[in-house]
Design a protein around this ligand. Structure first.
Ligand SMILES: Nc1ncnc2c1ncn2[C@@H]1O[C@H](COP(=O)(O)OS(=O)(=O)O)[C@@H](OP(=O)(O)O)[C@H]1O
Length: 306
C-alpha cells in the first residue's frame, strides 16, 4: 500500500469487525444490519447504474468495464481512485474513518455506478421506483464457492471460513454472508423479466469478453468505436486488472485484506472447483444443486473456458 496514494488508510482504523447479523433471514455483516433502515431507504436516482452480484461473481471486473464504457474508454479517468471509491458498495460499512457506502454514494458526482450484493428481495425499492438500469453478474456455484472460500480466508472483515470441508457445507446451506447462492441467482433471474436488468454470466465473459462488453454498451444506450472497445477489453483482462492498483484491492491494508494469504485477483478462471471438490463432495453438491434448480431455465457452465 502506498500511503500517499491512499491517505485515509494511514490514519488509525478501528478494530476490524467480522460479526454477522441478519435481515429477514439473510446473513449480513452486523454493521450493515445496524443501519439497515438507512440502507433500505436509500434514494436511487434514475441515472444510477447498479451492479448487482452474489459475492465473487466478477463484480470488480464488471465495475471496471462499466466505468470505462461510461468514461468513453478513458483509461486514465478510471485510474482516478480505487474501485471501491469509484463505485460505492451500497451496504458496506467499513471501520472509521473509511466512509460507508451510503456516504460515498451521497457525496458522489453523477451519474453514479453503484455496487450491491443484496438479494433481490432486500434491494432498496427506490431502484425499482426510479427504473434504474441494473447489471447482474452470475457465476456458477462451484467456482463461486471456491472463490468465496479464499476471499473469506484473506478478508478479516468476514468470518473465518474454517477448513475447506467445513466451508463446503456452510456455503451449500446458505450460511454465508449475503445468504444462499441459489436464492440470489434465482431471485434476480425472476427480476430481470419485470425490470431493466441485464443478466450476464461470468462464464460468458470468460468465453468472449468483447461480445459481453458490447452487450453492456448497448444496454446502456452507448455507442463506442471498435478502437475504444478494444482498449476496454485490454484494460480489463485478468492480467491488466491484477497489475492495476486501482482495481486489485492492493490499497486495502493487510490487516483487513491479507493478499499474502490469497490475492483478491486470485485465478480468474472457470473450473477451479475441480482443484477443490472431492468426488464425494461433488456428488453431494450435484444432488443439492438439482434439487434447488430443477424446473428453472437458468443454466450455468462449469467446464474450463477461456
Ligand atoms: N478481469 C478479470 N477476468 C477474470 N476474472 C476476474 C477478473 N477480475 C476479477 N476476476 C475474478 O473475480 C473474482 C472476484 O469476484 P468479485 O469481484 O465479484 O469479488 S467481490 O464479491 O466484489 O469481493 C475472483 O475470482 P477467483 O480468481 O476465482 O477468486 C477474481 O480473480
Amino acid at each position: 500500500m502506498n500511503p500517499e496514494l491512499f491517505p485515509k488508510f494511514s490514519e488509525e482504523l478501528e478494530i476490524v469487525d467480522n460479526k454477522m447479523g441478519e435481515v429477514q433471514g439473510v446473513p449480513l455483516p452486523e454493521a450493515t444490519c445496524e443501519i439497515w433502515e438507512q440502507i433500505y431507504n436509500f434514494q436511487a436516482r434514475e441515472d444510477d447504474i447498479l451492479i448487482s452480484t452474489y459475492p465473487k461473481a466478477g463484480t470488480t471486473w464488471m465495475q471496471e468495464i462499466l466505468d470505462l464504457i461510461v468514461q468513453g474508454g478513458d483509461v486514465e479517468k478510471c485510474r482516478r481512485a480505487p474501485t471501491y471509491d469509484r463505485h460505492p458498495f451500497l451496504e458496506a460499512v467499513a471501520p472509521k474513518p473509511v466512509p460507508s457506502g451510503l456516504q460515498l454514494a451521497e457525496d458522489m458526482e453523477l451519474p453514479r455506478i453503484l455496487k450491491t450484493h443484496l438479494p433481490v428481495q432486500l434491494l432498496p425499492p427506490s431502484f425499482w421506483e426510479q427504473d434504474c438500469k441494473v447489471i447482474y453478474v452470475a457465476r456458477n456455484a462451484k467456482d463461486s464457492m471456491v472463490s468465496y472460500y479464499h476471499f473469506q480466508r484473506m478478508n478479516r472483515g468476514l468470518p473465518d471460513p474454517g477448513d475447506w470441508s467445513t466451508y463446503f457445507s456452510t456455503f451449500l446451506a446458505g450460511d454465508v454472508t449475503w445468504g444462499s447462492w441459489f436464492d440470489h441467482v434465482l431471485g434476480w433471474w425472476e427480476a430481470k423479466d419485470q425490470h431493466q436488468v441485464l443478466y450476464i454470466f461470468y462464464e460468458d465473459m470468460m468465453e468472449n469478453t468483447r461480445r459481453e462488453i458490447e452487450k453492456v454498451m448497448r444496454f446502456l444506450g452507448k455507442e463506442l468505436s471498435e478502437e475504444v472497445l478494444e482498449d476496454i477489453y485490454h484494460h480489463t483482462t485478468f492480467q491488466a486488472m491484477r497489475e492495476n492498483p486501482m482495481a486489485n484491492y492492493s490499497s486495502i491494508p493487510s490487516f483487513v485484506m491479507d493478499h499474502s494469504v490469497s490475492p483478491f485477483m486470485r485465478k480468474g478462471v472457470v473450473g477451479d472447483w475441480r482443484n477443490h471438490f472431492t468426488v464425494a463432495q461433488d456428488e453431494i453438491f450435484e444432488k443439492e444443486y438439482w434439487r434447488r434448480m430443477e424446473g428453472t431455465n437458468l443454466t450455468f457452465r462449469t467446464q474450463q473456458l477461456g
